[in-house]
Each structure stands twice: as C-alpha cells, then as structure tokens.
Ligand binder design. Structure first.
Ligand SMILES: C[S@@+](CC[C@H](N)C(=O)[O-])C[C@H]1O[C@@H](n2cnc3c(N)ncnc32)[C@H](O)[C@@H]1O
Length: 300
C-alpha cells in the first residue's frame, strides 16, 4: 500500500530548531524521520548547500520521503538510528553538526489500520516499525506465559492491572487465539476495573508496552546513546524527545554520564499549553539537549 501524505504534526518543532541551531550548509541527522516534520524544518535551515540524513526503521516512512522529500538536501536512509556510525561511513560523512531523535511512533503508523497500532484496527496486532524483522505482537501474546506477559506490561506500560490483564488474555486462549488489534483491546478493557480514570483508553498502556517490547525500543535507545555522541563534531548537538518515563530516565542519565558531552538542558524542555491544545500527542514530550565538547576537554 502506498503510504500517502503524512498526518504527523512534529512535536516541539520550534524548540528543536532553537537548540540545534542548524546553520546554512551544515550536516544534520534526523534519526526518526517519521512523517518528515523535523526533517523539513532542518532542510529549510541548512539549505541546498547542506545535508539532512533522514533515517527510519519503517520502510513506509522512507518510501514517503522518497516521494515527497528526496531532493537536496534530504537523504533518506532505511536504518536503525543506532547504526548511524555505519550510515555515515557509507555516505562518507566524517562528522555531523546536529542530531535529533523524536522517539515513539508516528501518527501515520497509528493511522495505518493494517499494522495494529490503533485500538480500532481490524488488522493483526503487529506493532512492528519494520515488518520485515522480528516477531509481531500477536505472536508474543500467543506464546508468553501469564507471568511473563504481566511483567512485560508492568515494566514497559507501567500498568498497575498488568496481572489481571495477562491472566485474562491467557485464559482467552482456550477459546482460540486473539490476533486482531481491536479484539485484543477489548480483552484488555474487560480485565481493567471500570471506575478508573477514563480520559485515556484502558488499553493504551498495554499497547505501548507491547510496542516497546516488539521493537526493542529501550535497547536501541541505549545503544544509540552510547554511539551517537561520537558522530558529532565538537560543538555539534544531540536533541532527544522522549514520551515515556523509562526513556527519559535513560536519556537523562546517559547524557550526563558521557564524558564527551555537556548537557545544555538542566531540566527537560516541555511543550507549551498552546502546543498541547493543538496537538495533544505532545502532552508528555520532554526534550533534552547535549553538546559535544571540544576534543581537548573530553578526557575524564
Ligand atoms: C514520533 S515518529 C517521528 C516523527 C517525525 N519527527 C516527524 O516530525 O514527522 C518516530 C519515528 O521513529 C521511527 N523509529 C523508532 N525507532 C527507531 C529506530 N531505532 N531507528 C530508526 N527509526 C526509528 C519510527 O518508525 C517512527 O517513524
């Protein structure tokens, strides 16, 4: 299926530009291309003499970028952002001036009913960013024990009803496997008490947990936090937007502990009320930024 035009609204767009300060002619990396919102802004700033290397694990995002964005300065690349050192050596780029990561999933992935990201989706509960690799979520749900499933939902979804949900899901297997996203969301709702805060769908945390698990999101973020600083030129900046407390903790600690970096944001940058009003997806976003020190200051 052709990916069509993006529905994604970039989060903290003005703030990312203010902190990365992409100069005309500079080399920037958008490690999470998605709908290309941040890539477009970076491309306007660096101009035709600069470069924006736009990476995504999702082939649909790359296909859309090829159709809509692939003219100088944007170079779309299908890869994991943690492989940036290899991507740069293939492109013969020695170092970059800025890197942005905007974690999580895009509105385009959510809207694609065949991929199972939405609770209303009649498609399989897949939840992979790249469907050519790894195990889809429905298979994970089919094979894990109740205990293992509960641990996963608790750890990555911070869901207090994880045990009830896991027990109910495993019991339902007796009547056949549940593979559709909407059917799985119904099972989760059945397991969660009704009186709780109804502002978000009761299946939200469980879907998030499965998505983080099947894409190994925390593992790749951890690898990237180790490897990406070495790709920056001295004075180059790394900006990371996270949406989840586990991710934010990892980003905060890793930036602080890296001897090559100086953290520029003592507290995370949050979206304005106005941004959250216009784009509710921004409500839990936190931006942290660090700068690569000059070489002589990098020794511990
Ligand atoms: C929140 S969206 C980015 C939206 C984008 N900033 C925009 O404004 O349109 C996150 C994107 O990152 C991609 N992604 C997640 N983990 C990734 C990884 N480890 N490597 C590369 N891309 C990844 C997802 O496929 C998704 O398209």
């Amino acid at each position: 299926m052709s990916p069509g035009s993006t529905q994604h609204v970039p989060v903290l767009a003005r703030e990312v530009l203010e902190w990365l300060r992409p100069a005309a002619g500079s080399v920037q990396v958008d490690g999470t291309l998605g709908g290309g919102g941040h890539t477009r802004l970076l491309a306007d700033a660096v101009g035709p003499g600069g470069t924006v290397i736009a990476i995504d694990r999702d082939p649909s995002a790359i296909e859309r970028a090829h159709a809509e964005l692939a003219c100088p300065p944007v170079r779309p690349v299908h890869a994991n952002y943690s492989d940036l050192p290899e991507v740069l050596s293939e492109l013969e780029v020695a170092g970059v001036d800025g890197i942005v990561l905007d974690l999580g999933l895009s509105s385009d992935q959510l809207a694609d009913r065949e991929r199972g990201f939405s609770f209303q989706s009649e498609g399989l509960l897949d939840l992979r960013f790249d469907r050519s690799r790894g195990e889809p979520a429905w298979r994970l749900v089919e094979r894990l024990s109740a205990e293992h499933l509960a641990d996963l939902i608790y750890k990555y979804g911070e869901e207090r009803y994880s045990r009830r949900i896991a027990r109910h899901v495993v019991e339902s297997r007796r009547y056949g496997s549940v593979r559709r996203a909407d059917e799985f969301a119904r099972l989760v709702r059945e397991a969660v008490p009704r009186s709780r805060d109804e502002r978000i769908d009761p299946a939200t945390r469980t879907f998030q947990a499965l998505r983080i698990a099947v894409n190994e999101e925390l593992k790749w973020l951890e690898v990237a936090l180790r490897r990406l600083p070495e790709c920056l030129k001295p004075g180059g900046r790394l900006a990371i937007i996270s949406f989840h407390s586990l991710e934010d903790r990892l980003v905060k600690e890793s930036l602080r502990e890296n001897a090559r970096l100086e953290v520029l944001t003592r507290r995370p940058i949050r979206p304005t009320e106005q941004e959250v009003f216009v784009n509710p997806r921004a409500r839990s976003a936190k931006l942290r930024v660090a700068e690569r020190k000059p070489f002589e200051e990098q020794r511990e």
